[in-house]
Design a protein around this ligand. Structure first.
Ligand code: FPP
Length: 249
């Protein structure tokens, strides 16, 4: 039976981040620290993932985006790429029933056409099976690049203008945002990157425009629900001004 983690008193449940994005960094260093093969570091990084997803769904976060595999990750060794692809399959096979029960809505961010057939079919099936669900939006970025996502949205708009179904005047920030993989979801409020690295690495470039960034030192497999709650607490302590001055200034 999974442990359930209620929100601590230090967090205001009425001001939760609506959309949390996580760059799950540090699996390789974790494996090295434990004298294990890198694949086992990634495997460890799917164990805590389950509790993080479950908790986001339980506490009422609207969207959770996870960076599982970037377009640059193809440049890693074949054995590491194979291990990551297998883990993604295993994850969906083992989790899909519970995710459905929790009414989680799965969206794959990235170019599914560039994936091996088995992965593509599994990911598409998960999207279809959860399409009508109204719970947490769970976005898994696989074969994803933020710049490529922006180019794709620009092309979609151009194609609609060319076809005559959209006029140039109708192109605004909302229209652009609607053509992203995350169309219809709130922008990212909180971006977490574990392992102390402080980079965005081409993740959700448009959606993170006003996100608060938090960079915990812990390696991803060591990051658990209490660490997520601490990030939310820090997020709530930040003063989000969106370019404006504080009221008293
Ligand atoms: C970065 O750590 C992590 C990745 C490239 C992959 C993240 C994938 C998972 C946690 C598992 C698969 C995901 C799902 C949704 C099933 P790194 O290897 O770059 O770490 P390092 O910087 O310490 O080497």
């Amino acid at each position: 039976m999974p442990i359930s983690y209620p929100l601590p008193d230090t967090i205001d449940p009425s001001r939760l981040p609506r959309h949390i994005a996580i760059i799950m960094d540090g699996n390789g260093r974790w494996a090295k620290q434990h004298k294990l093969q890198i694949a086992l570091g990634h495997r460890a990084g799917t164990e805590n993932l389950r509790e993080i997803i479950r908790n986001c769904s339980d506490i009422g976060v609207k969207a959770l985006s996870l960076y599982a595999f970037s377009t640059e990750n193809w440049n890693r060794s074949k054995s590491e790429v194979d291990a990551l692809m297998q883990l993604i399959l295993d994850f969906f096979d083992s989790e899909i029933d519970e995710l459905c029960e929790k009414r989680v809505h799965i969206t794959i961010l990235g170019d599914k056409a560039g994936l091996p057939d088995t992965q593509r079919v599994t990911l598409e099936a998960a999207e279809q099976r959860t399409a009508a669900n109204d719970g947490l939006y769970l976005n898994i970025a696989v074969n994803y690049g933020g710049r490529a996502e922006l180019v794709r949205a620009a092309k979609a708009l151009c194609a609609e203008v060319q076809k005559g179904s959209l006029s140039l005047d109708q192109i605004d920030e909302q229209a652009f945002s609607d053509r992203l993989y995350t169309g219809g979801m709130p922008d990212v409020d909180l971006l977490i990157r574990t392992s102390g690295e402080m980079r965005l690495s081409n993740f959700l470039l448009y959606q993170c425009s006003y996100a608060e960034f938090i960079f915990p030192e812990k390696l991803w497999p060591d990051f658990h629900v209490p660490d997520l709650h601490e990030c939310i607490r820090v997020y709530q302590s930040r003063d989000r001004r969106y370019g404006a001055r504080r009221a008293e200034e």
